[in-house]
Design a binder for this molecule. Structure first.
Ligand SMILES: Nc1ncnc2c1ncn2[C@@H]1O[C@H](COP(=O)(O)OP(=O)(O)OP(=O)(O)O)[C@@H](O)[C@H]1O
Length: 271
């Protein structure tokens, strides 16, 4: 297995330069499922137009915290979120915020590809239709083709737009789900272990796509694979038992972690 610490070649100064702003700011975030305190006092600033990886052992709260960023936890009755999360300075938990609009701006891609039981075309067109993004069929066609192009699926899908999305391979389905998220003009894309159901070739394609997408989108990815975090992310956050132990440039986290728990995790001593 390739050591993540050997995978870096970008000078620090170049990365620091690019990552100087904040897109998402979380302050003192707590999440409870009933009496279970799943996220404890998490503070983090997430940089725009870059990939941030959340890593940590099973059950440490990565997915729970990710879901806070587009209020997906609102859909879980027993879940309670406290603290503050802003995107571009706006409090996303403000009662004035419409969660449906928020989830268009902050799209999500799940572990298992989950295309709708509809055609490839309609999978992409669904969001733009409900958000009124196209004035006519020609505009909708344009959104569908450009979303598939951005997701690297156009060549494989252009001759079968009327066929069911579920007829695509697993890797193609995941890129279809990414295209579906892109179609409603998101600024942030959250990915919860997007490659865990994919074979190595499909994984490599999705990772290449993530690398291309970071030019235009802020991406946050939960991954169990430290190699994947090292390959695709510029920053990495390590969670343990609901606490954000350490966050920083990915190459620092993998080559020079400040906390012993991070070091133990990245060297495979637990998790
Ligand atoms: N819907 C839920 N109801 C109750 N408890 C939950 C729910 N989802 C998560 N939890 C609990 O919250 C804690 C954090 O879980 P979470 O799924 O966020 O961790 P994770 O780091 O993403 O784990 P994994 O890597 O295994 O997916 C765990 O103790 C889990 O049991």
């Amino acid at each position: 297995m390739k050591d993540p610490a050997t995978m870096f070649d970008t000078p620090h100064s170049a990365i620091d330069e690019r990552l100087s702003d904040t897109k998402i700011a979380a302050k003192k975030v707590q999440v409870f499922y009933g009496d279970t305190h799943a996220i404890k006092d998490v503070d983090i600033n997430i940089q725009p137009r870059s990939v941030t990886a959340f890593i940590g052992p099973s059950g440490c709260g990565k997915s729970t915290f990710l879901r806070c960023l587009n209020r997906m936890n609102d859909t879980i009755d027993i879940c309670r979120v406290e603290g503050e999360i802003t995107i571009d300075g706006e409090d996303i938990y403000d009662p004035k915020v419409d969660p449906v609009q928020l989830r268009a701006k902050v799209g999500m891609v799940f572990q298992k590809p989950n295309p709708f039981p509809k055609s490839i075309y309609d999978n992409i067109a669904y969001g733009p239709r409900i958000h009124g993004l196209a004035k006519n069929k020609a505009e909708l066609d344009e959104i569908v083709s450009s979303s598939l192009q951005k997701a690297g699926l156009w060549n494989e899908a252009k001759d079968r737009l009327d066929e069911p999305g579920t007829g695509l391979s697993g890797g193609q389905q995941q890129r279809l789900c990414i295209a579906r998220a892109i179609a409603v003009n998101p600024e942030v894309i959250l990915m919860d272990e997007p490659c865990s159901a994919l074979d190595p070739i499909a994984t490599a394609k999705v990772e290449e796509l993530i690398d291309e997408l970071r030019t235009n989108y802020t991406i946050v990815i939960v991954t169990h694979s430290m190699q994947q975090a090292a390959r695709v992310s510029q920053r990495t956050a390590f969670f343990h038992l609901g606490i954000l132990v350490e966050e920083g440039l990915t190459q620092d986290i993998f080559t020079n972690p400040q906390d012993k728990r991070t070091q133990d995790y990245i060297t495979g001593r637990f998790g």
